[in-house]
Design a protein around this ligand. Sequence first.
Ligand SMILES: [Zn+2]
Length: 352
Amino acid sequence: MKFDSSAAFNEKRYEAIRSREVAGGDAFFYAVVTTGVYCRPGCGSRTPNRENVLFFDTPQHAEQQGYRPCRKCRPELKRGSEVHEKIIVKACRRLEQDEAYPMLETLAREAGLSPTYFHRLFKKIVGITPRQYYLKQRTDRLRRKLVDGDDVGTAIYSAGFSSLSGAYNQNEDRLAMTPKKFQQGGDDEQIWYGFSSCYLGIVLVAATDRGICAVELGDSEEQVYSHLHNQFPKAEIKPGDPDFEQLIKAVVDHIDNPSQKFDLPLDIQGTSFQQKVWKALCTIKPGNTSTYSVIAEKIGKPAAVRAVAGACAANKIAVLIPCHRILTKDKKISGYRWGRGRKRLILKKEKQ
Ligand SMILES: [Zn+2]
């Protein structure tokens, strides 16, 4: 491209600097006379005043005039050059291994670039943002671990899921697919389970590779296991290995201390209506109660009170999805799948 150095053209280039437009690519470079530094358009540094800016066609031209390359946008490196690629590939390797998302600032510092420029360069070379790349890796990691035969509880822990809401958001796409699977009774699904006991009796915790899919309460291991089997008649149900204990312990700890936040992902398999109801139940805080009609209103279906009651009754994840916090309009304890006596005990504990 040949450059027209007319004033109008330079105004356009200055506009590109101001808007931090990267589309211009290596179309031109600009130097700031007050700092002695030259940049490429898209650089994250402060926009210089128009009167201090000079334009150059190539980095060489800028350097011949005595300007130094900016440390943030590295204009001396050819865009998409090997050096840039190496920097980004290194960041990718790091994102693939990290348990938690490192701050953008940290990644950029390690790459020797400004956060803004690093972010843009990453997106340009990889096609997605560093955070998106990290999230994708985390999901792939979980899948790989499960293929390798790692226990599901360990896999969920070590794949770095950090919050219930995070898991919901992350799983939105997949949740849209689950109703069908649910209808089929967990066809082709692998489910791991284990038992423990707590003040409510025997607890069974079951999980798929996506998260906890059932928490059953009962008087004996046989009883809770048959509940699980009835819920997922077509799934391949197998005992979790010793690491699964971690997951069970987290559930029991939460049952014992309901005010503590529960951070592990739930695999809430149900129709989208049921999922809406269950998510609404999760917004009732421990110690509080609600009614079917309030939940019906909350999900924007005030007339669907009966259907809401049905969805509550279909909840497979005792305590973690707190359907026990639903009372009758006159604040009486209504039916509970795991027994009214247990419902009373849970509510009493949550009041403490
Ligand atoms: Zn710069």
